[in-house]
Design a binder for this molecule. Sequence first.
Ligand code: GUN
Length: 295
Amino acid sequence: MTLIDGKATAARVLEECRTSLTSLAASGVLPGLAVVLVGDDPASRAYVGSKDRTCRDLGMHSLKIELPASTTQEELLQVVRGLNADPAIHGILVQSPPPKHIDEAAIVRAIDPAKDVDGFHPENVARLALEDPSGFVPCTPLGCQRLLMEYKIPTEGTKVVVLGRSMIVGKPLALLLMAKGPGSNATVTVAHSRSRDLPAICREADILIPAIGKPKFVTADFVKEGAVVIDVGINRIADPSTKSGYRLVGDADFDAIASKCRAITPVPGGVGPMTIAMLISNTIKAARQIHGVAG
Ligand code: GUN
């Protein structure tokens, strides 16, 4: 069994980003990322803090905007419009999920597609479906694909089962892995909460990618002997023995399935660090495209 080290792989991606930043600096371009957090969900706050820190460590321009949970739709739209017009900002990310009274789809549509480094804008969803390489692909799917490629796990002709149909992970990941090209060309099944006999569907998978936000949902009866499991879940479960009172577990029951797997990602230290690395990579791509600097 190979343990897929997302932390080390993300560090390599970030080293590539550092090289790109040096070459962009020579063209007078400093990529800037704005992350917007509405409300005080502790997990979202941790993600946003980590995105901001990674940018700063690389010497990029980073703007962290923290707004109260009482922020109105119009106020948030004004913030987005301001970032669209800010020449120092090349990437805009509004952390999901926002508070209930916010119409998230309308906020996403207000982001300039050229700065939509999350790849959530309908224009970028369309470009992914159309296999137009100028579009932005959501960061978590990109991170999953990059892990497979870095570990030389072939996807061409294989059967991939994506468990979950979210707009952030499941749907774009399916589009990405079924596209033509390296790291793709897979036969993809998208299974979800309404699918009949999930374990049977998942047991067909050469590569199983759970992304449903249910702690330890994937047990040994979901996994074919020799399968690869890329666990997207990051769930906080109560653990009084830790200082914080919680610990992170994936959507897969790691201890129950690891011995059946050819390769598996841990949680934490698997897909999570890759998502941030791909966000930085997307922000550099946005800066290149906006300034017309070849990569
Ligand atoms: N919430 C969980 N993952 C993500 C992500 O990739 N982008 C945004 N904006 N919010 C998220």
